[in-house]
Design a protein around this ligand. Structure first.
Ligand SMILES: Cc1cc2nc3c(=O)[nH]c(=O)nc-3n(C[C@H](O)[C@H](O)[C@H](O)COP(=O)(O)OP(=O)(O)OC[C@H]3O[C@@H](n4cnc5c(N)ncnc54)[C@H](O)[C@@H]3O)c2cc1C
Ligand SMILES: NC(=O)c1ccc[n+]([C@@H]2O[C@H](COP(=O)([O-])OP(=O)(O)OC[C@H]3O[C@@H](n4cnc5c(N)ncnc54)[C@H](O)[C@@H]3O)[C@@H](O)[C@H]2O)c1
Length: 490
């Protein structure tokens, strides 16, 4: 470790890796710090995106195998959860081969310190090595806080008697629980609920909101909940676990005050996140938190110390809002780098989520992008709502999509409907996360309905829906004057 760097990144998850590798490749002296070698890659690699998506992949294979019965095949058996988790670990290890301290030092020429970082001055930090050596001090022109988040704990009576898991240890389970109680109906709870139900657990989801995935449009939440209920998941929404009566019985109370007992073997708590600022000694650097305990940031991801910025989950206090995703970390990193390397604040880019998107990897997937109706109303932006239900989509018919819908928010149609642009929307469908990519590009580059209309899509690709939605909308709403003009030309 040198005594001075151009940039220090604290935390080596999606944000810290992204900013440190990019800045090093640009020619700067960079130090990357994380507590342990095994934490490099952060939540995404170790107990977030990668293990959850590997688990979902296996559960989907099992579900699809069961669906072959009408065609003369029979797939049956009990899930060997230890083998599933072994598969998950193997996938993680493949990625870990290029996300570890030795590799980063060798291949990226990065300085990597393994220890806990805390501030001792405005631009100075101390690293307490995890292996117990003496603390070392170093400083930098700019420091980026990439310290991520951790699961919010559930504090109810009797929880100490219960076999309780979070995303930090659920992937170590070796035996499939017969009955799994999931607390929290956000993306973690819902993705894991479907995977475990498909493995063979009886899953009950308790959520405090009136619907699952409450950041999605209500009709999308409802459609997905119907599908999950058909698969056998039980829901107790607008409800909370009050207490655990013993190691297998939870007392669940609805908002109306009705109390029910739910039996379970294992509990998964997924009720949101808190942030890892405790060890940082932020006061020593003049860095303030907001009234919700998140970093106080400006539009440029800068803390109250002008030399210290935040990226990734740690940047949840940004005025643009809270987006806890690996690709939000990518957006923060690209915004920060572009601001750090351009001279003068006038050219600085503000953080914006106007073109942001996310995908919940249920089956069907839910993909959401751009500005939805609530935000459009808040900003007084006029819009039209287009809905496409896939009923006449040949690919959906061929592959028997059960629950699919596309909802787009577009500019109000002007005289020339082909000039209409998309503002945002959501798709629930198999592979919605892939279907939506073209639409995200369209909002970012201001493509119009005409651009989709004029594109010829190979038949029967799933993304033909991105054109069909416009074909239906425009042909149903062609102004009389346009029809008259066309007839006259004919
Ligand atoms: C179950 C689950 C599934 C998810 N699925 C997806 C998905 O499919 N797609 C998606 O985009 N996002 C997903 N996410 C969210 C995604 O994992 C996070 O948004 C992302 O990992 C955040 O990255 P980060 O770099 O901000 O923080 P982290 O990955 O949390 O990294 C922070 C690092 O900082 C280190 N650190 C903290 N304090 C200190 C200190 N004082 N000194 C040294 N080091 C420190 C920690 O050890 C940690 O390694 C999922 C999350 C979970 C929990
Ligand atoms: N596919 C993906 O991209 C993906 C997948 C998983 C997680 N993530 C990210 O990780 C973040 C954290 O996920 P999460 O699901 O823990 O959090 P979340 O905050 O998104 O959802 C948690 C849900 O639990 C509810 N809740 C809170 N306290 C409760 C209680 N006591 N009892 C019952 N319900 C309660 C909340 O109201 C909320 O609906 C997400 O915001 C998301 O950004 C992303």
């Amino acid at each position: 470790m040198k005594s001075q760097y151009d940039l220090i990144a604290i935390g080596a998850g999606s944000a810290g890796l992204g900013v440190s590798i990019a800045m090093k490749r640009l020619g700067f002296e960079v130090l990357l710090i994380d507590r342990y070698d095994q934490r490099i890659g952060g939540d995404c690699l170790n107990d977030g995106c990668v293990p959850s998506k590997a688990l979902i992949h296996v559960s989907r294979m099992m579900h699809n195998a069961r669906r072959t019965q009408p065609f003369g095949w029979t797939a049956e058996g009990a899930t060997d959860l230890a083998a599933v988790m072994q598969y998950v670990r193997e996938r993680q290890d493949i990625i870990r081969a290029h996300e570890n301290a030795a590799y980063l030092r060798e291949a990226e020429k990065l300085d990597v310190a393994l220890g806990t970082a805390s501030f001792v001055g405005k631009q100075e930090i101390e690293v307490r090595p995890t292996n117990g050596g003496p603390p070392e001090r170093t400083s930098a022109r700019n420091i980026i806080l990439c310290t991520g988040s951790k699961p919010r704990q559930l504090d109810v009576e009797g929880i100490d008697r219960v076999n309780v898991y979070t995303n930090e240890n659920i992937f170590t389970l070796k035996q499939l629980p017969q009955r799994l109680l999931v607390i929290g109906a956000g993306p973690i709870g819902i993705e894991m609920a479907q995977a475990f139900q498909r493995f063979g657990s009886q899953v009950t989801v308790v959520g405090s909101e009136a619907r699952i995935l409450d950041k999605e449009l209500p009709e999308v939440s409802d459609l997905l909940q119907k599908r999950l209920a058909e698969e056998g998941i039980e829901f107790k929404l607008k409800s909370r676990v009050n207490a655990f009566r013993d190691a297998h019985i939870a007392e669940v109370e609805s908002a109306e005050g009705r109390v029910e007992l739910v039996q379970f073997d294992v509990v998964l708590v997924a009720i949101g996140r808190t942030f890892n600022y405790d060890d940082l000694n932020l006061a020593a650097a003049g860095i303030d938190l907001d009234d919700q305990g998140r970093l106080k940031l400006n539009d440029y991801l800068q803390t109250t110390n002008t030399h210290v910025f935040a990226a990734g989950d740690a940047a949840a206090g940004a005025p643009a809002g809270q987006r806890l995703f690996s690709h939000a970390a990518e957006l923060h990193v690209s915004t920060l780098i572009s601001n750090l390397i351009t001279p003068g604040r006038v050219l600085d880019k503000k953080l914006t989520y106007d073109y942001f998107s996310w995908v919940t990897f249920t089956d069907p997937e839910v993909a959401t992008f751009g500005l939805l109706d609530d935000e459009l109303k808040k900003r007084s932006i006029g819009y039209e709502r287009l809905e496409y239900d896939f009923a006449h989509d040949d690919r959906a018919i061929i592959e028997d999509y059960e629950y699919a819908r596309m909802i787009l928010f577009t500019e109000p149609k002007g005289i020339n409907p082909f000039g209409t642009k998309i503002l945002g929307g959501t798709i629930i469908a198999p592979n919605a996360g892939e279907l939506v990519q073209e639409l995200i590009l369209a909002i970012q580059h201001k493509l119009t309905a005409g651009d989709f209309f004029n594109k010829i899509y190979p038949y029967p690709t799933a993304s033909r829906v991105n054109k069909s939605v416009w074909v239906d909308h425009i042909s149903d709403n062609l102004p009389g004057i346009v029809k008259k003009a066309v007839k006259w030309l004919y």
